[in-house]
Design a protein around this ligand. Structure first.
Ligand SMILES: [Zn+2]
Length: 200
C-alpha cells in the first residue's frame, strides 16, 4: 500500500479503516492524530484495547458485553425491578440506555427470527428468556424489537412462549419521535402513530 508511511503504520491505518464509520481517509487522520498525541491518545488507547481484549465476554444473564460474569446493569441491585426489556442486539441495549428512561434489566436475543435467513428460535436466546422470566418471577417483559416484519414476528412468538407464565407483556409504543416533524417521518411511522392514537 502506497500511503507515504512505513509498513507498520500503513498496516495500522488499513486495520482502522475496517472499523464502522471510519473510511481510509478518516483512518489515516485518526492514526496521524494518535501518533502526534502519543501520551494523550495512543498509550491510553493501547492500554484500553489490551484490557478489553483480555476481559471482554458475554454477561451470563443478559448477554450484554461485560468484563466479568455479570454486566454492570445486571450487577446493580437497583436494576432488579422485575422488568426485563428484550432487545435484538447489544447496540439496541446501549441505545435504550442512552435514552435513560428504563430502570430494569435487559435480555439480548442476538437477532430475530427469520425464515429467509434460516434463523429459528433455537438460534436465539428465547428459551433462556422464558427460563429467566420464570426463575426471576418477572413482573413485566417489554419487547423492544425493531418494527420490521421479522422483529414483529419474533415479538409475537415470544409473547406466545411467555403466555403460560402469566407475566405482563408490552411493546414499545410506535409513533412520532419527540421533536419529530410529520413531514420527515416515513409513512409506516405515521401510520403506526395514527393507529396508536389516544384521546387528549
Ligand atoms: Zn447483564
Amino acid at each position: 500500500m502506497a500511503g507515504g508511511a512505513d509498513e507498520p503504520v500503513e498496516r495500522l491505518i488499513a486495520l482502522m479503516a475496517r472499523l464502522p464509520g471510519l473510511g481510509p481517509r478518516s483512518a489515516r487522520r485518526a492514526a496521524l492524530q494518535m501518533i502526534r498525541r502519543r501520551a494523550l491518545l495512543m498509550d491510553p488507547l493501547l492500554a484500553a484495547l489490551s484490557e478489553v481484549a483480555t476481559t471482554v465476554r458475554e454477561c451470563d444473564r443478559c448477554a450484554n458485553i461485560a468484563t466479568g460474569p455479570l454486566c454492570a446493569i445486571c450487577a446493580d441491585p437497583r436494576r432488579a425491578t422485575g422488568e426485563i426489556c428484550v432487545v435484538e442486539t447489544v447496540a439496541d441495549l446501549w441505545a435504550m440506555e442512552r435514552g435513560g428512561a428504563f430502570g430494569g434489566a435487559y435480555h439480548v436475543l442476538g437477532g430475530v427470527l427469520s425464515a429467509l435467513d434460516g434463523v429459528g428460535p433455537e438460534a436465539l436466546r428465547i428459551p433462556a428468556l422464558v427460563d429467566r422470566a420464570r426463575a426471576e418471577a418477572a413482573r413485566e417483559v417489554i419487547l423492544a424489537l425493531n418494527a420490521t416484519v421479522d422483529g414483529q414476528t419474533t415479538a409475537h412468538y415470544i409473547a406466545d412462549q411467555l403466555a403460560p407464565l402469566g407475566v405482563a407483556i408490552s411493546t414499545l409504543a410506535k409513533g412520532v419521535p419527540v421533536g419529530g416533524e410529520l413531514d420527515y417521518l416515513d409513512d409506516g411511522t405515521i401510520g403506526a402513530a395514527l393507529v396508536a392514537r389516544r384521546a387528549i
